[in-house]
Design a protein around this ligand. Structure first.
Ligand code: HEC
Length: 188
């Protein structure tokens, strides 16, 4: 291949890439402006949206949580304090062994998962990071602005214990949620 052919070849590649980018930008603008995308929370996310979101979430949290260090040793007092806080702050969305999430929380998309089922997929530091910073565009709030770091570690320690907890152990750990905060709204 001589020099001229090579230059022609690379110009074609550049033109091709630019063409694809223009088409993608136009598709993006059409989706944004026509209202073609359904934002209703009564619909499930498409499997592509779900995959793209889940993968972004997992990698983002893993990167950011890797710089944090959990406090040494977990005492029963820390876990009990985390349990009290979990029941008051997280249970109405994330349920607990033997306790359903609040009825309204089932109307969220994405639906908040039962943490007893998924906590094993996250490291302690990652649960702490998520509780502190929240997850944008999901309805998962950031509790960093309203809770001190020690409380957030206690909650994370408690969450990591959820998968192995029986309904009786769950009921016995920490103080039950007071009427009017979350307990009153639970679906029975
Ligand atoms: C208003 C409802 C709501 C409250 C309250 C709430 N969360 Fe969430 N949480 C969510 C939603 C929605 C998601 C995102 C689920 C998804 O992406 O599939 C989520 C995701 C999470 C995840 C990641 C789970 C996963 O596998 O997707 C963790 C861990 C978590 N929350 C912990 C907590 C903790 C700890 C608390 C209490 C301090 C809490 N959340 C309070 C709604 C809530």
């Amino acid at each position: 291949m001589d020099k001229r052919e090579l230059r022609k070849g690379s110009l074609l590649v550049i033109a091709g890439v630019a063409g694809v980018l223009v088409v993608l930008a136009v598709i993006g603008l059409v989706v944004v402006y026509t209202g073609g995308y359904n934002v209703a929370a009564t619909e499930q996310h498409t499997s592509f949206t779900r995959w793209a979101f889940d993968t972004t979430l997992r990698n983002s949290v893993r990167n950011r949580a890797s710089g944090t260090t959990a406090p040494e040793g977990a005492t029963p007092e820390m876990i009990a304090a985390g349990g009290t806080e979990y029941k008051a702050t997280c249970q109405h969305c994330h349920a607990g062994p033997g306790v359903e999430r609040a009825e309204w929380a089932s109307g969220m998309r994405p639906r908040p998962p039962h943490l007893a089922e998924v906590a094993d997929e996250w490291k302690l530091e990652e649960v702490h990071w998520i509780a502190k910073h929240g997850i944008r565009l999901t309805g998962m709030p950031a509790f960093g602005p309203s809770h001190d770091d020690r409380t957030l570690w206690n909650i994370a320690l408690f969450v990591k214990r959820l998968p192995a907890m029986t309904p009786e152990e769950y009921a016995a750990t920490g103080e039950p949620a007071s009427e009017g905060s979350s307990h009153g709204e639970n679906a029975h």
